[in-house]
Design a protein around this ligand. Structure first.
Ligand SMILES: C[C@@H](SC(=N)N)c1ccc(Cl)cc1
Ligand SMILES: C[C@@H](SC(=N)N)c1ccc(Cl)cc1
Length: 406
């Protein structure tokens, strides 16, 4: 008789049910349906299985399954899914993922999944048509409007947007949030109206950063978290290539070696933690506590000035340019690797990832992927760092973040 855990795990994961102990029936799998039915707990699932094979159901199991008076057994198949993360341009300035929004008139939009903010907002039919050209957008369903709710967000780079709020269906990589706060834009800043690839953002920070007022709303992850096979998502961003965001499971084919976990400080609403040191190329490790956030919505790495100086001291010809607002160097420069130490484990950023892009199209001067965090007040471990890793954002009761090499 497979163990309780085995049955529950099997049901939760794939709905492949291994038959009861007596007759050796062959295992079979049923197509996993997302959330068509609702389980109270594993016991209910086990009751269902035992009944399916005409087995006696122990009294304690029935109690545990809290079977209702009409003996209705409701079982949920936990959900999980994977959505592509596609570079928005040749330099991985941002990554875009398809998301389907709406019930009556569903549309697929391309959103920037952003662990640095907590709003799911999207270009919408409420905007002037001139702002919509080149964009996919959410056709608002007025029957789903959240009365009196508004939002207004501004980002570190000075961009921003604002609008009203709807409770509608959102599907990300097969994972469905039946009722998700969808923040419909009525106005967006020039950075967004001119970037016709980005139809909005899907915030994956903690929901405390959500800007909806008077009642802050949940992020997509918080909405679906309890129905996921595991309460986590993983970012598998890649260098100049499409990666994925995985929800509800860790994909062991996407990383090598061990995952290094560290607890996160959620007090500012971010996935915030500290590295204990750094090294440049094959140089010695410098002990230095570097506190910052894992931020898929920020392109570059922003670190304390002393660390940045130590890095570019090893790049011949690098200068801190007032003209371009940061460290630049010849596009043909050889860049050393950069390592950040976490729990004694070196997290490596390949040197070539630190050549972000030419300062202007066709220029032979390139802009560094590591820059100073001066003026930000915190370090930001953005895409340049994240794209060499498989990063697990674990939303368990004690949230933590994990890093493994891709
Ligand atoms: C947290 C990110 S913005 C985001 N990921 N939504 C950030 C904050 C401040 C500065 Cl200066 C630059 C970037
Ligand atoms: C997440 C914010 S700001 C940031 N990346 N630090 C953002 C993303 C995309 C655009 Cl097009 C403009 C702003």
């Amino acid at each position: 008789m497979p163990s309780f855990a085995t049955i529950t795990a099997a049901l939760a994961l794939t709905a492949t049910v291994v038959a009861g102990p007596v007759e050796r029936r062959k295992a079979f799998s049923v197509e996993q349906v997302h959330k068509k039915i609702f389980a109270k707990n594993g016991a209910a699932a086990t009751v269902k299985t035992l009944r399916k094979y005409g087995k006696p159901v122990p009294e304690n199991l029935l109690k545990a399954a809290e079977i209702g008076p009409n003996d209705q057994i409701l079982t949920t198949l936990a959900s999980s899914g994977s959505d592509p993360a596609i570079p928005g341009d040749a330099y991985d300035s941002l990554y875009l993922s398809p998301v389907t929004i709406g019930t009556t008139n569903p549309t697929t939009v391309n959103l920037d999944f952003d662990t640095g903010s907590g709003d799911l907002w999207v270009f919408s039919s409420l905007q002037a048509s001139a702002q919509l050209s080149g964009h996919d957008y959410y056709k608002v369903d007025s029957s789903k409007k959240i009365s009196g709710a508004t939002w207004k967000i501004s980002y570190g780079d000075g961009s921003g947007a604002s609008g009203t709020v709807y409770a509608d269906k959102v599907v990300v990589g097969g994972v469905t949030a039946t009722t998700q706060a969808v923040e419909a834009a009525t106005s967006v800043s020039s950075q967004f109206s001119s970037d016709t690839d980005t139809d909005g953002l899907l915030g994956l920070s903690f929901s405390t950063l959500n800007t909806v007022r008077p009642t802050p709303q949940k992020t997509f992850f918080d909405t679906v978290k309890s129905s996921l096979a595991s309460p986590l998502f993983a970012a598998n961003l890649k260098y100049h290539a499409a990666g994925t965001y995985d929800f509800g499971y860790i994909d062991s084919t996407k990383y090598t070696g061990a995952i290094t976990y560290v607890k996160v400080d959620t007090s500012q609403g971010w996935w915030q933690f500290s590295f204990s040191g750094y090294s440049v190329g094959t140089g010695a490790t410098v002990s230095s506590s570097i506190n910052g956030i894992a931020d898929t919505g920020t392109t570059l790495i922003y670190l304390p000035t002393a660390v940045v100086k130590a890095y570019y001291a090893k790049v011949s010809g690098a200068t801190n340019s007032a003209t371009y607002g940061g460290y630049v160097f010849s596009c043909s420069a050889t860049l050393p690797d950069f390592n950040l130490v976490l729990n004694g484990v070196k997290q490596r950023v390949p040197g070539k990832y630190i050549n972000y892009s030419p300062v202007q199209t066709g220029s032979s001067t390139c802009y560094g992927g590591i820059q100073s965090n001066e003026g930000i007040g915190i370090s930001i471990f953005g895409d340049i760092f994240l794209k060499s890793k498989y990063v697990i954002f674990d939303g368990a009761s004690t949230p933590r973040i994990g890093f493994a090499d891709q």
